[in-house]
Design a protein around this ligand. Structure first.
Ligand code: DCP
Ligand code: MG
Ligand code: MN
Length: 352
């Protein structure tokens, strides 16, 4: 009973889509069916779109995104006004952060509504998104009490296995990982690597690599150094970590991505994200997986200005003829990616 949900091939617009799903769910709760539908359509269009949308103008070209939604996309992509930064692009594990950081002003206002508070609480359960949370509220499940209710609930409310795991660890997942603990996760991962898979490069990325005092989860990137495929490496790596008791649950697993739960022998359950890439993508993936989200958005925009495309896999020049493959710009380090974009290099702790 392990691989649970398939990971969609492109999650580039997840952040925008979930903001719109939030709005859709809220409008539905408020019986504003017309707007609810518009938001849901826009969210679905964004999820189906194969590449990261970086402006409202660009989004206008997508079926299902009209002028109003395009304006909201621009607002949602705006860098945060407050210094010291709320994140621009919310990460997946805790959907709460979508609400916490959405600078869509309408969303900010709505947050005070009691149903919306409930919507947010329920989404603390990993895997419970706006749609499911809205349905639960419709059944009278509310706020944090809702979590307790949910545990005993039978019948019409069904939770999939990943949602059950999220629910089981909900209180622990709410708590940030202190840096000292994150460092011990890094040590544990490195020694498991040394003992079992020495032909693997490993770097702990995310907020930990950016030097943050606390982290929401542990993000680790691996690449084979012996010609193995990233997929076989990831499968073996997860097996090693599961056998040692470090990985306790799997939320979703694909060929290059693992989302699950881990814990140190004496520690709390923590969210763990693993990614495995081929060596030629390693520096692009390190850059992406280190973030911040906001820096990633900035760098992608900068690439577009220069007629290039940057993503977690590569940097390429736009092809002269549409439909042809773009010319890849190689990078032997993160620094070379910054250089190719004409940007000053930022050390990880300077990346926001
Ligand atoms: N990332 C991104 N866009 C997303 C999700 C993630 O660019 N929608 C990138 C940048 C993030 C990195 O992946 O820094 C890791 O994602 P996390 O969600 O784990 O975010 P952080 O590690 O930065 O913060 P946290 O401490 O909340 O985990
Ligand atoms: Mg993280
Ligand atoms: Mn993560």
């Amino acid at each position: 009973t392990r691989p649970i949900r398939r990971i969609a091939p492109s999650s580039d617009n997840d952040h925008l889509a979930s903001i719109f799903e939030q709005m859709g769910a809220i409008k539905k709760l408020q019986k504003d069916t017309f707007r609810a539908t518009a938001y849901q359509k826009a969210a679905a269009a964004l999820r189906a779109h194969p590449s990261a949308v970086v402006s409202g103008k660009e989004a206008r070209g997508i079926a299902g995104i009209g002028k109003g939604m395009a304006e909201r996309i621009d607002k949602a992509l705006e860098p945060p006004a407050r210094a010291g930064g709320v994140k621009c692009v919310p990460p997946q594990p805790m959907r709460e952060q979508v609400l916490e950081s959405g600078h869509l002003p309408e969303l900010e206002e709505l947050k005070r509504d009691t149903d919306v508070v409930a919507l947010r609480e329920l989404q603390l359960v990993h895997g419970v998104g706006a749609v499911r949370a809205g349905a639960l509220i419709g059944q009278g499940v509310r706020a944090f009490d809702g979590l307790q209710q949910l545990r005993g609930l039978r019948g019409p409310v069904s939770l999939d296995p990943a949602q059950r795991i999220g629910l089981r660890h909900a209180e622990e997942f709410r708590q940030k990982i202190p840096r000292a603990e994150a460092r011990r996760h890094e040590e544990a991962l490195l020694s498991a690597r040394d003992a079992s898979l020495p032909a693997m490069q490993l770097v702990v990325c995310g907020s930990y690599r950016r030097g943050k005092a606390t982290s929401g989860d542990i993000d680790a990137l691996v690449t084979p150094t012996d010609g193995a495929t990233p997929a076989s490496l990831l499968a073996r790596w997860v097996d090693v970590l599961r056998e040692s008791g470090y990985v306790t649950d799997t939320l979703a697993q694909g060929p290059s991505k693992f989302m699950g739960v881990c814990r140190l022998p004496d520690g709390m359950h923590r969210r763990l994200d693993l990614r495995s890439v081929p060596p030629e993508q390693f520096h692009f993936a390190t850059l992406y997986f280190t973030g911040s989200n906001l820096l990633n958005v900035k760098m992608r925009l900068r690439a577009i200005e220069l007629g290039m495309t940057l993503n977690e896999y590569r940097l390429e020049r736009k092809p002269a003829v549409d439909g042809q493959e773009g010319e890849a710009v190689p990078a032997g380090s993160e620094r070379e990616v910054f250089e190719a974009l004409g940007m000053d290099y930022l050390e990880p702790h300077e990346r926001g």
